[in-house]
Structure formats: C-alpha cells, structure tokens
Design a protein around this ligand. Structure first.
Ligand code: AHG
Ligand code: MN
Ligand code: MN
Length: 336
C-alpha cells in the first residue's frame, strides 16, 4: 500500500496490520504503547531546560556510568507502560541490571529491550538524545518471560526503532517491510508520516567516530579512517567528520544523509574489550533499521551484527554501520 505523507502512525500501524490477516493486533498495541511512552518522554525532555530536574542523581547504573534524572524518568515511564500493557512477558533496560518482569496477569507474547535515553551526556546541553527499542517474540512457554526470551539474535527481531528528541521529535521504526519516519506535532500530540520508506544513501560523505581515541586505535581502525580522510575511495571528494556522542543522533543523521558510524575495539578500555555499545538495545535494533533502509551493520571483525548470538543482557559489541559502500569498504579493513 502506498504510504501517504501526513497519515498518523496509528493509521499506518492499522493499515499494515490489515495486510497480515493472521495478525492479532498485539504488535500494533505494543508499538502504540511505546509511542505513548515516547510522547511522555518527549514532553519531559522539552521541559528539561525549564524545570529544575537536571543534574546527576548520584546513582550509577550497571555500566558504571552516572545516571541522570531524565534517564530515570524515561526508564520508569517505559517500564510502567510496558509492565501493564499485556503484550510482553519480560523486558530488559540499559538502566536495570537484571531482566524486568510484567504485572501478574498481564503476560503477553513479545519481549522488549530498550535504551530509555541514549546519549545521556548530552541531556543538559540541548543536544539530540533518544529512546531505542527492540521487539522479539517470546520463546519460553511459562507465564513470565525469562532471560532467554531476550537473548535472541537481531535477525529474529519482529520490530525495532527509535524515538529521537531533537529539533523535532521523530519516530523511526521497521517491522521488516522498510523504514518509516514520523514527526511529532506537539500541538496535537500526534506522529505524522514525514519520511515514508527511508533508504540510506548508498554512498556518503560523512564518517562518525570518536577521533579523540585515535592514539588507542588498532591498525584496522586507523587505516580505514586514514583511507576515508585521504581521498574519497572513488577519487572524487573527501569525507567530513560528524560526531555528536549520542548514537541515536549520529545514526539518524547518517540514515538520512548517508554516513558510516564506528565504535570499534581499541587499546584504551581494558574494562570494555568489546567497545562501548550494547548489542541488545543499541546495535541490534539500529542494525535492523539500517539493513531495512539498504545499509549494513557489522562488527570490527566483519561479522553481521544481526547474526550475533547474544549471551548477556548487557553485552557490548564493536559496531560499524551505515551506508552500504562505506561499510563494504570497512569490510576490507576489518574482516578477519
Ligand atoms: P548512553 O547515554 O545510553 O549510555 O549511550 C552513550 C553512548 C552512545 O550514545 C554514544 O555513541 C557513545 O556513548 C559515545 O561514547 P564516547 O563518549 O566514548 O564517544
Ligand atoms: Mn545508549
Ligand atoms: Mn542510555
């Protein structure tokens, strides 16, 4: 069905549900609940500069990083909506060490892993941040879901996406039939289709990497970035560097404009031998989105992100993703 700019996200979800006669409406219901959570977080993010809620809360999360108040708000908001929505049986959040159950009697057939607020170091400086989510179908048969329901490969995702709180709030998601982008009109509280069938440009002119870590890079990262910096590999033009420090914002720009994002392993962090980013609620969902948009997502040893078998809720993974040509070029440097 041709997608018309301006339709609401609930209309689009309904339309695509009708294309699947076997659909029960539960996935639509679940996505709608996540969207409501996104709207609540968006309103709070927009108030953040006004209300006195900024600053550290003093706690640290499982990653040993400081948790800021908006992170907690986003985490609580999503958990509360999810635990009683009736569509999931278990969830996993960046901010919670362990898996999170749902209310008794509300067990459903899906699972959700999420990064409630990605880019938290940017919260108090008015720079884009976002919520990333990943949805699988449960595997276990009991009432409540278990850890194994969350530890599934990216290629088995049912839906994935993010809500970015930027100059406007946007929802970008896929259920495996392309990537759809909706922009929130805050005056009416609705997401309207603004970016139908997003495809990532095959070639790009941007790369996104934390270049301050250059002295800790392994040769493959250094050689690849040198290659991009010297001359465009087509011999036409040079690349520019864009690095925001919010994965979701760097990813979104690259998705729309074309670009490649890297967070590979380096020699600096012995406590983070697999880079910094998390597989289940950062790399995997964005890999599904980028592949659905025609791009690629790999590790720094050339494996496809979506094929990785997760072993831990919070496991980290070296990540290279973006436009097809630049990731294919990366394969020449990074494939084992
Ligand atoms: P989070 O705020 O959810 O902890 O994620 C921060 C991540 C990611 O958004 C970003 O790409 C990366 O940290 C930036 O890390 P560096 O400061 O090491 O470049
Ligand atoms: Mn994050
Ligand atoms: Mn986060």
């Amino acid at each position: 069905m041709a997608k018309r700019k301006g339709i609401t996200v609930s209309r689009q979800l309904m339309d695509s549900q009708m294309l699947h006669p076997e659909a029960t409406g539960e996935l639509t219901g679940l996505l709608n609940e996540l969207i409501v959570a996104g709207k609540i977080i968006s309103a709070e993010v927009n108030m953040a500069g006004l209300a006195d809620i900024l600053g550290q809360s003093g706690k640290t999360n499982i990653q040993g990083e400081e948790v800021q108040k908006l992170d907690e708000f986003a985490n609580q908001t999503i958990k509360r909506r999810m635990e009683q929505c009736g569509y999931i049986c278990v969830m996993g959040s960046e901010e919670d060490d362990d898996i999170i159950g749902v209310l008794d009697g509300y067990e459903g057939k899906y699972t959700v892993a999420f990064d409630p607020l990605d880019g938290s170091s940017n919260i108090d400086v008015n720079v884009s941040i976002g919520t990333i989510f990943a949805i699988h179908k449960r595997k276990s048969k009991g009432k409540q879901g278990v850890r194994e329901d969350l530890l599934q490969k990216g290629r088995d995702l049912i839906a994935a996406g993010y809500i970015i709180y930027g100059s406007s709030t946007m929802l970008v998601y896929t259920t495996g039939d392309g990537v759809h982008g909706f922009t929130l009109d805050p005056s009416v509280g609705e997401f309207f289709l603004s970016h139908p069938d997003i495809t990532i440009p095959e070639r790009s002119k941007y790369y996104s990497v934390n270049e301050a870590y250059e002295k800790y890079w392994h040769d493959n990262t250094r050689n690849y970035i040198e290659h991009l910096k010297e001359l465009d590999y087509r011999g036409e033009r040079c690349y520019s560097l864009r690095y925001i420090g919010s994965l979701v914002a760097d990813f979104h720009r690259n998705l729309i404009k074309g670009g490649v994002f890297l967070y590979a392993r380096d020699k600096k962090s012995t406590d983070k031998p697999d880079g910094k980013l998390r597989l289940l609620y950062e790399a995997s969902p964005l890999a599904m989105v980028v592949e659905q948009a025609g791009g690629m997502a790999i590790t720094d040893d050339g494996r496809r992100i979506l094929d990785i078998e997760p072993t831990d809720l919070h496991q980290r993974v070296p990540l290279i993703l973006g436009s097809r040509e630049e990731v294919e070029l990366a394969l020449q440097y990074f494939a084992d």
